[in-house]
Design a protein around this ligand. Structure first.
Ligand code: ATP
Ligand code: LTN
Length: 327
């Protein structure tokens, strides 16, 4: 069975973008692949997080993973810090990564361009930790949203460099980015990615949003003044995004949805999108409450970490030996 590895950084509450771009695909893949999914808590602290809030987000994230359909019997689910090999290999790989490469990472460049100052060293070197997250498990594929493809490509470069310097150690992982839903855009500004760190809170739907609030965000999503429902990503990006969301969740093609609403106003399309989104949220939220009430989270996490550590520790032992870090 081929193996997949992916992680989500629960800096805030999980979003519809995380669900469509990543989480939902993990659930689909778990029957046909060996799925290893972790909560990337070390990645959260590249920026200050309120401790109580962070802790709550971690718990919510695990509960949401399961509520969205990840089955702990099929998938290995764990907290990154419960497997210390991540930090160990992360540091080691930072010694095989060039600053020039990190300087080229879009996420880092975007942060620099904002001129906020005080970017942590952890934020700068985070692609090395991400490379470790992946290479520890020698996966075949890494299912991610569009924004993470560059980091998986860097991971491949680091792996190839290490393999060339020593002997074949890491398998080359392939990023797996789906065609529809790889980049869900903000509802209030369709030129930006739907993000947890949305300051206005209007452009982002959270999986735990109150259904009325979610509907309102969709009904007030920014569109355009063209006045016709059609698929035009360049001139009607807001409308395109709404159709992409509905298509991802309903399984209908984007063309079919655009065709159905072509003679109707934007309001009708928005109502349809809101219905589809709210039905999905309602299902997830109901299950989320059940998961929390069941009290299974601690056991799931302990079991997951134990399974993951067996694979991760073996990789670190091999790497240490090859580098000459032990006698
Ligand atoms: P932030 O929202 O703060 O930028 P993030 O949501 O991108 O953070 P993660 O939570 O770690 O960071 O992302 C987890 C997965 O969800 C990644 O594979 C990422 O590509 C995917 N993802 C995140 N936002 C979107 C989006 N708007 N559309 C599609 N996929 C997304
Ligand atoms: N960097 C990703 C989250 C992440 C990840 C990973 C994804 C951390 N480690 C390993 C896939 C594989 C993010 O910020 N979205």
């Amino acid at each position: 069975m081929k193996r997949m590895v992916s992680g989500i950084k629960p800096t805030g509450s999980l979003t519809l973008g995380n669900y469509i771009g990543a989480l939902r695909n993990f659930v689909r893949y778990q029957d046909d692949y060996e799925m290893i999914v972790f909560i990337a808590n070390l990645h959260c602290i590249t920026e200050y997080q309120d401790p109580a809030q962070l802790s709550k987000n971690l718990k919510d994230a695990v509960a949401l993973y399961i509520a969205c359909g990840l089955d702990p019997k099929k998938s290995t689910i764990f907290l990154q810090t419960d497997v210390p090999a991540h930090a160990t290999l992360g540091y080691i790989l930072s010694c095989y990564t060039y600053m020039g490469e990190l300087n080229r990472m879009t996420q880092f460049k975007d942060r620099m361009a904002k001129n906020e100052g005080n970017i942590s060293a952890g934020m700068y070197t985070y692609p090395c930790l991400m490379a470790a997250d992946i290479l520890l498990y020698n996966p075949d594929y890494v299912p991610v949203g569009d924004d993470q493809k560059q980091h998986v490509e860097l991971t491949r470069d680091i792996a190839a460099r290490f393999n060339n310097k020593y002997t074949e150690t890491f398998k080359m992982p392939e990023p797996l980015v789906q065609k529809v839903g790889a980049r869900i855009m903000s509802l209030s500004d369709p030129s930006k990615k739907m993000s947890k760190s949305d300051e206005t809170n209007k452009g982002c739907i959270y999986l735990l949003d109150d259904l009325k609030a979610a509907r309102k965000k969709i009904m007030s999503a920014v569109t355009d003044s063209v006045g016709a429902v059609q698929l035009d990503k360049v001139n009607q990006p807001g409308l395109y995004n709404l159709i992409e969301i509905a298509s991802s969740l309903s399984g209908r093609s984007m063309e079919e949805i655009a065709e159905e609403f072509k003679d109707q106003g934007y309001g009708s399309l928005k109502r349809y999108v809101a219905d589809v989104v709210c039905a999905e949220l309602e299902k997830i939220q109901k299950r989320y409450q059940e998961v929390l009430d069941s009290g299974i989270l601690e056991e799931v996490m302990a079991e997951g970490a134990k399974k993951a550590a067996v694979i991760a520790d073996a990789t670190v032992a091999d790497v240490k030996k090859k580098i000459g870090l032990q006698f």
